[in-house]
Design a binder for this molecule. Structure first.
Ligand code: ATP
Ligand code: MG
Length: 351
C-alpha cells in the first residue's frame, strides 16, 4: 500500500540534509510518496507564520513527517508567534506526539569521537523514551508573579496524570519486545509527587500487561551519574519531559557527533509520527553544502520503522550508513572532507 511522507525541510542546513534523505527514499523505490511544504522561518517569510493550518492538516494526513531544522539569526528576537520554534511546538502539539524516541547509538568506527573512553562506549545502544507533551514544561499554574516591593516569583508546575504516564510507558514496553527487554524508568520519586505517581503507574502497567519486561527504577540524578560511569548497562530509558531533555543530551555526547543523531516523536498507533535530526539549523555552515546528512537519513530510517511499516528498509538504511562510516566516509564535522551530497552518494552506494 502506498504511504505518504511529508518533508518539512525548514531552515539553514535543513533543506540540504533533507534533500539527501529524499534521494534515499527515491532509491528505495518502495512506493513511498513524498510531498513538501513550507515550515519554520521559510514559512514566516512566505506566509507570515511558521506553520499554517493547511500545513498542519497536511502533516496530520500524512503517514509520517520528516523535518529538517528550524530557526536562524534572522528570526530570533521576534515575538513568539513569529519565531520558527513556535511552529515546531505547534506541530508537535497539533500532531499529539507525546513520546519522543532518541537513540544514542555508538558506531564502532567513530567510538574515539566520544567524550568517554572507547571501551565504555563501543557497542553502546540506548533508546530514550521521553515524555514530550506534559510535565513541568506544560503544567499549570505557570508564570511570573509580582509579590510587591520589587520581589517576584517564577512558577512552573510539575504535573502528570496516570493516563499521561501510562501511554508513554506503554510505548517503552512495546519497544522493549524488539530489543533486550529491559526498561529503566528514571524519576525523582523521593522528592516529587508526580515522580512518585510516575514510579507507581509504570510499575503497575508492567505488572498488569508486560510481565516479560525487565523493569528497573532509578533516581534521575543517579541515572545522570551512571550514564557517564557505565552507559552500557542501559537499554531503554523511560523518563519524563524535563529529565529526558537533560539525560538524552548527556547521552548524545557519549556517541560523538551531533550530525549523526536522529529522533522520532510518536503518538497513538495509526497516527503519523514526526521525525527529525537532533541538531539545529547550523547557520554557521548553512548554504555551503558541508553539513552531515546522516542524522536526517537515520531519522528517515526511524520513520520507515515506526510509521511507514517498513522495519526491513529501516535496517537496510541504517546498515548503509554504518557501512559508509566503516569505509571511512566522513563529512567535515567528523574530521573528513566530504560534502553533504558526497556523503549521500557514499550511503546510496551501499544501499
Ligand atoms: P538549535 O538551537 O536550533 O538547536 P544549536 O545552537 O543547538 O541550534 P546547531 O544548529 O545544532 O546548534 O549547531 C551546533 C553546532 O554543530 C554548529 O557549529 C553546527 O555547525 C554544528 N552542526 C550541527 N548539525 C550539523 C550537521 N548536520 N553537520 C555538521 N555540523 C553540524
Ligand atoms: Mg540545540
Amino acid at each position: 500500500m502506498t504511504k505518504t511522507l511529508l518533508l518539512l525541510s525548514g531552515d539553514g542546513i535543513g533543506p540540504e540534509v533533507t534533500a539527501q534523505s529524499e534521494r534515499i527514499v527515491a532509491a528505495l523505490d518502495a512506493g513511498i510518496v513524498t510531498s513538501t511544504a513550507r515550515f519554520g522561518g521559510a514559512g514566516i517569510d512566505a506566509d507570515g507564520v511558521p506553520l499554517t493550518d493547511a500545513v498542519l492538516a497536511e502533516a496530520k494526513a500524512a503517514d509520517a513527517v520528516l523535518m529538517g531544522a528550524v530557526g536562524g539569526p534572522q528570526w530570533s528576537g521576534q515575538p513568539y508567534d513569529k519565531r520558527p520554534e513556535a511552529g515546531l511546538l505547534a506541530l508537535r502539539a497539533g500532531m499529539n506526539v507525546y513520546a519522543n524516541l532518541r537513540p544514542a547509538r555508538c558506531f564502532a568506527s567513530l567510538a574515539d569521537a566520544s567524550s568517554l573512553k572507547r571501551e565504555l562506549v563501543e557497542g553502546l545502544d540506548i533508546l530514550f523514551v521521553r515524555e514530550l507533551t506534559g510535565g513541568v514544561y506544560f503544567g499549570n499554574p505557570r508564570g511570573i508573579e509580582d509579590l510587591g516591593g520589587g520581589e517576584r516569583r517564577g512558577v512552573n508546575t510539575h504535573s502528570y496524570t496516570s493516563g499521561e504516564i501510562r501511554r508513554v510507558a506503554r510505548v517503552a514496553f512495546e519497544l522493549a519486545a524488539g530489543r533486550s527487554g529491559r526498561v529503566c524508568s528514571a524519576e525523582k520519586s523521593n522528592v516529587m509527587e508526580a515522580g512518585l505517581l510516575w514510579r507507581e503507574e509504570v510499575q503497575a502497567l508492567r505488572d498488569a500487561e508486560y510481565p516479560h519486561v525487565e523493569l528497573s527504577h532509578m533516581l534521575a540524578d543517579n541515572t545522570a551519574m551512571q550514564l557517564v560511569k557505565y552507559p552500557k548497562q542501559f537499554d531503554i530509558i523511560l523518563t519524563d519531559n524535563l529529565f529526558g531533555d537533560i539525560l538524552s543530551d548527556e547521552a548524545a555526547m557519549l556517541t560523538g557527533s551531533l550530525g549523526l543523531l536522529p529522533s522520532a516523536a510518536i503518538g497513538e498507533a495509526g497516527t503519523p509520527g514526526l521525525y527529525e535530526p537532533i541538531h539545529g539549523s547550523a547557520p554557521d555552515i548553512a548554504g555551503q553544502g558541508v553539513a552531515n546528512p546522516c542524522a536526517s537519513i537515520l531519522s528517515l530510517a526511524m520513520a520507515l520503522r515506526y510509521s511507514l511499516g517498513r522495519p526491513d528498509l529501516a535496517t537496510r538504511v541504517e546498515a548503509a550508513v554504518e557501512a559508509a562510516l566503516d569505509a571511512g566516509a566522513r563529512t567535515r564535522d567528523l574530521g573528513g572532507t566530504l560534502g553533504t551530497a558526497d556523503m549521500g552518494d557514499a550511503i546510496l552506494a551501499r544501499l
